[in-house]
Structures are given as structure tokens and as C-alpha cells.
Design a protein. Structure first.
Length: 254
């Protein structure tokens, strides 16, 4: 009877997979605990990388440009500084692990889900992002400006110092996201609800907040100039009093 255990190699032997491992993977669609550190995987995985399960594999510094990884799952994998440029990531699921400093330029990731992932300092220019969800991810310094499509949604994420220029949040319920010092210039927040979010020090030049609900978010200490960024938004009485206090005004009860 054929051995149907997931294919694996010793973690101390980095490089492209052997022919034996690839043959088993083509049948089982499952690789675990393999070290691909720095390997060029474009030829080895091109015919068989979609609809697969990768667990605890190390793709750090690997070249995965242009691969079709559609509907594959990456569970607790490392892909730090990995190049996924122009890869097909539709329907992929990323659970745990790290893709920090990874290059996702030009990827197509419609319907992808990224959960509890370290995606700090990743690059997403020209990526096609529609129905993409980031849940509980660390995304400090991520550069997502210039993407295509309707854009992703975020929940319980840290986007401190991220570049999200021009992103569309219209009508979204954005929960527990840290936008501190992020670049949100030109973003569309119309009719959105930001619940438990932090916007301290973020830049909102030309952003549209018409009808947005900011009553449950931390806006930081606003000046008259910075408060103008939120023109058209709904804020709470407590937030309004705080803004007035920063301007030296006292609010008296009627």
C-alpha cells in the first residue's frame, strides 16, 4: 500500500524539493515541515501548486514569482522576504506564520483570507484585491497603495505606519484596527463604521468621511486643523468635548 503520509524533508536541508517529494506531493496535495529557504520554486511547483496544503514549511527568500497557488492553504508557514510577484493567489488561505517583507506586487488574490499572519512591511502595488480579508494580522509598514479591485477588509489588525492611499472602506464595518500614523490620503470612508479603531497621528488628506461613524474610535488629541480631516463624520459628545478642550474651549451643559 502506498505511503499516504504528508511529504516532508529534514528542516536542515534547504533547497528545491526532490523528485520523490514532488511525486508524492502531486498525489497527496500536502507538504509539511519542508525547508525551501532561498530556493527558486518556479519550475518545481508550477504544475502542482494549486489546491494544496502547506504546513510549517519555510519559503523564506524563495522565488515563487508567477506561480499558480490558487485555493491552496498555508498553515504556520514562513515566507519572509519571499517574492510572490504576479502569482495567482485566488481563494488562498493563510493561517498563522509570517510573510514579513514579502513582495506581493501584481498578485491576483480575489477571495483570499489572511488570518493571524505577520505581514509587516509587505508590498502590494498593482495587486488585484477584491473580497480579500485580513483578520488579526500584524501589518505594520505594509504598502498597499496602488492596488486594483475593490480593496480588502480588515478586522483586528495592526496597520501602524501602513500606506493605504486611496483605499475604499465605503460602507464597511471596520473593527479593532490600529491605523496609527498610517497614510490614508484619499481613502473613502463614507458611511463606514469604525468600531474600536485607533486613528492617532494618521494622515487623511482628501479622505472622505461623509456619514462615517467614528464614535467608538480613538482620534487622539485633535487640533482645529487635524479635526478638519474628519469633516462629515459622526463623533460622540465625549470626542467633541475633547476637541473643544484642545482648543481651549469649555463646553457647558444646557
Amino acid at each position: 500500500m502506498a505511503d499516504m503520509r504528508p511529504s516532508s524533508l529534514p528542516s536542515e536541508t534547504p533547497g528545491p524539493p526532490t523528485a520523490e517529494v514532488l511525486e508524492a506531493f502531486a498525489i497527496q496535495r500536502h507538504l509539511s515541515d519542508i525547508n525551501f529557504l532561498g530556493a527558486d520554486l518556479r519550475s518545481a511547483l508550477r504544475p502542482i501548486a494549486q489546491d494544496a496544503l502547506f504546513e510549517r514549511c519555510d519559503f523564506s527568500d524563495a522565488d515563487m514569482r508567477g506561480l499558480n497557488l490558487s485555493r491552496s492553504t498555508f498553515r504556520d508557514c514562513k515566507a519572509q522576504r519571499t517574492c510572490f510577484s504576479s502569482a495567482a493567489l485566488e481563494g488562498t488561505r493563510w493561517i498563522g506564520g509570517s510573510v514579513a517583507f514579502g513582495d506581493f506586487t501584481g498578485v491576483e488574490c480575489i477571495g483570499a483570507v489572511f488570518e493571524k499572519l505577520d505581514a509587516a512591511n509587505t508590498r502590494w502595488a498593482d495587486a488585484l484585491m477584491t473580497d480579500v480579508r485580513f483578520i488579526g494580522c500584524r501589518m505594520t509598514g505594509a504598502r498597499m497603495s496602488g492596488h486594483r479591485g475593490l480593496g480588502p477588509s480588515f478586522s483586528h489588525c495592526n496597520l501602524t505606519l501602513a500606506s493605504l492611499r486611496g483605499m475604499k472602506f465605503k460602507g464597511q464595518h471596520v473593527e479593532s484596527v490600529i491605523f496609527n500614523e498610517a497614510d490614508l490620503a484619499g481613502c473613502d470612508f463614507r458611511l463606514s463604521a469604525l468600531d474600536g479603531c485607533s486613528l492617532i497621528g494618521a494622515s487623511f488628506h482628501a479622505a472622505d468621511f461623509a456619514g462615517a461613524d467614528l464614535t467608538a474610535s480613538d482620534l487622539g488629541d485633535l487640533t482645529a486643523e487635524s479635526a478638519r480631516q474628519y469633516r462629515g463624520a459622526h463623533i460622540s459628545m465625549t470626542q467633541a468635548v475633547r476637541i473643544c478642550a484642545n482648543l481651549g474651549l469649555l463646553v457647558l451643559a444646557d
